[in-house]
Design a protein around this ligand. Structure first.
Ligand SMILES: [Ca+2]
Ligand SMILES: [Ca+2]
Ligand SMILES: [Ca+2]
Ligand SMILES: [Ca+2]
Length: 243
């Protein structure tokens, strides 16, 4: 009888826990700090009280001679990309203090916001993309990550490097979003499926080539630049979802 009671109590408490978790998920907000995400095909995350996502774009004129940008079989980038050139689109949160919720421990990276430090607990780093040297047509518009945007592209990142991939963190799950991969697999997010994607920039074939420093997303940076992304999609939809 005692055992039955314990079992019932355990069942009841785990049910309560599940309810709490669901409520937390509904109320999840984007963590405080200034940072950016890659814009996916369905657009930037929904605005929240205190901020809206500011958008921007970097057009990379990649190698013109036997152009060979490559990407994963499935890719959900917003905008245009092809063998010869590509657009990086950004969703930037430039308002620092919007909630008390800080980015949890884990293994993932974000864009660093222009002229702002990474959120607390992140390490920064940069990648320099050696874009096409001849008749370069790079251009830039809107709100973009901290960096240098001329005939080449240098972009800063913020990385969490000390947590565990398999401890799910809570983020809004109204819409799909991207984080950068850090380490050997994608960070788990509660209520979301995570799938790896990648893009490879065919950089200028003539040296000096690409460079990087500090903490950056999982990538291959040599003659060309390949960066790995984690694409998150909701496991189930909210009844009032606008999608
Ligand atoms: Ca080109
Ligand atoms: Ca160049
Ligand atoms: Ca190349
Ligand atoms: Ca070239």
């Amino acid at each position: 009888m005692k055992c039955l009671l314990v079992a019932l109590c355990l069942a009841a408490s785990s049910y309560a826990y599940k309810l709490d978790l669901d409520i937390d998920l509904e109320n999840a907000v984007w963590p405080k700090g200034a940072y950016g995400l890659t814009k996916p095909e369905f657009g930037c995350p929904e605005p929240e009280e205190g901020f809206t996502w500011r958008e921007g774009m970097r057009f990379h004129d990649t190698e013109d001679s036997f152009p060979d940008n490559q990407w994963s079989d499935i890719l959900h980038f917003y905008g245009n990309y092809g063998k010869n050139n590509m657009e990086q689109h950004f969703c930037m949160k430039t308002t620092d203090q919007t909630s008390d919720y800080a980015w949890p421990q884990g293994q993932y990276c974000l864009f660093r916001a222009s002229n702002q430090a990474c959120p607390a607990g992140f390490r920064d780093g940069w990648i320099k993309f050696d874009d096409e040297d001849s008749f370069n047509s790079n251009h830039v518009s809107g709100e973009v990550p901290h960096g240098t945007y001329d005939h080449n592209t240098l972009i800063w990142y913020c990385c969490k490097t000390q947590g565990f991939h398999d401890v799910p963190m809570q983020l809004p799950r109204h819409k799909p979003f991207y984080l950068f991969k850090h380490g050997d697999r994608c960070q788990q997010v509660a209520g979301m499926h995570e799938n790896e994607e990648w893009f490879q920039w065919d950089s200028e074939d003539t040296p000096p080539g690409n460079e990087y420093a500090g903490s950056v997303p999982t990538s291959v940076i040599g003659q060309n630049v390949r960066i790995y992304y984690c694409y998150y999609t909701p496991k189930f939809r909210r009844p009032d979802s606008r999608q």
